[in-house]
Design a protein around this ligand. Structure first.
Ligand code: 5AD
Ligand code: FES
Length: 353
């Protein structure tokens, strides 16, 4: 019999389990097992990062996207989505504001927008690197060719976020139209790693057709791929997508998975995401208490924030949003942690080996 507490003990000690064991762990979610996992996750994170929480300034540079992922509010077919693209000047202005607020990582995130050529992006990255040499640049711009990833890396990009979305091919095909392929997604992640990026993968918790088996595969994938970062948050319904009648994911399962992922790799950079803050007013604080160690306040110009609506009711899109850094700093401190102004690269820890 697989005792869930014993599995958590083993995961803490060995940082790996079999696929069946991961599945049993997921099926074993209860208040007691979640508390037990969170306690171990906090201890594991503490050993590497102490009470430090890293911040990243998120700049949403375009909501124009050629893709049609069934879950996403900025999918190409959503004609109700009002499209925008920031100019180079807009991006540099957002970064300048972020820098003065203390951000030392900028995350440029956007849809797969054909106007973001290598020439354009290389110019932006080089400008940012020249102005702020001590800052890290993270890109989150979807699937591109290996040559393109190389050009952006050579220009100075340090990190790349590309959620794998699901590690199960059949599940992947239920979430995406036929012209998107699971194999290409995986190939992109591999290419990014080969090029020396610090790579982030990730998935939505409670996405339509997800099962404990597909989630177990996500965990196994994270264990084997060994990313530097992993973004997970609940799937949240968007009213103007084909999945508009599919229920959102759960807070409890997201928190439990954050703890489990922390135990798989104590050194991971693991954000408490905006989706987590959207599903519950204290979601991001709860995420930190479950083992996360990164938050990503929004730095996008206020005028475009409402338009980058991946899901309904996204937080930080109103007038209050100018103060995201202040707001998040207070929130993190309220649960006993400390925001650090640093690049926030992944640390390694001999205790975790
Ligand atoms: N709910 C939650 N997360 C979403 N994403 C896209 N649409 C949604 C949604 N409806 C996530 C995807 C994508 C990332 C940028 O946002 O995982 O990779
Ligand atoms: Fe954006 Fe609180 S973090 S308003």
């Amino acid at each position: 019999m697989n005792n869930v507490f014993k599995l958590l003990d083993r995961l803490e000690a060995e940082h790996c389990l079999t696929l069946d064991e991961y599945e049993a762990l997921i099926n074993g979610l209860s208040k007691e097992t979640a508390d037990y996992a969170a306690k171990k996750a906090v201890k594991a994170r503490q050993a590497v990062y102490g009470n430090d929480v890293y911040i990243r300034g998120l700049i949403e540079i375009s909501n124009i996207c050629k893709n049609d992922c069934y879950y996403c509010g900025i999918r190409n077919s959503n004609k109700k989505c009002e499209r925008y693209r920031l100019t180079k000047e807009d991006i540099l202005d957002s970064a300048a504001e972020g820098y003065s607020l203390g951000f030392r990582t900028f995350v440029l995130q956007g849809g797969e927008d054909a106007k973001f050529t290598d020439t354009f992006l290389v110019d932006v990255i080089k400008n940012l690197k020249a102005l702020y040499p001590e800052c890290a640049i993270t890109l989150s711009l979807g699937e591109r060719s290996k040559e393109s990833y190389k050009a952006l890396r050579d220009a100075g990009a340090d990190r790349y976020l590309l959620r794998h979305e699901t590690a199960d091919k059949e599940h992947y095909e239920k979430l995406h139209p036929q012209n998107m392929s699971f194999e290409n997604r995986m190939e992109c992640l591999k290419n990014l790693k080969d090029l020396g990026y610090q790579v982030g993968c990730g998935f939505m918790v409670g996405s339509p057709f997800q099962t404990s088996r597909t989630l177990a595969k996500d965990l196994k994938f994270i264990e084997e791929f060994a990313p530097a970062m992993c973004g997970i948050g609940p799937y949240l319904t968007h009213k103007d997508t084909p999945f508009s009648n599919m229920p959102s994911g759960s807070l409890e399962l997201t928190l439990y998975l954050l703890s489990i992922i922390r135990l798989i790799d104590p050194t991971l950079l693991l954000p408490a995401t905006t989706a987590l803050g959207t599903i519950h007013p204290k979601g991001r604080e709860m995420g930190i208490l479950a083992g996360a160690n990164v938050v990503m306040p929004n730095l996008s110009p206020i005028s475009v924030r409402k338009k980058y609506e991946l899901y309904d009711n996204k937080i930080c899109t109103g007038d209050e949003a100018a103060e995201c850094k202040v707001c998040l700093t207070k929130r993190i401190e309220s649960v006993g942690y400390k925001i650090v102004t640093a690049r926030g690269d992944r640390l390694t820890n001999s205790n975790s080996e």
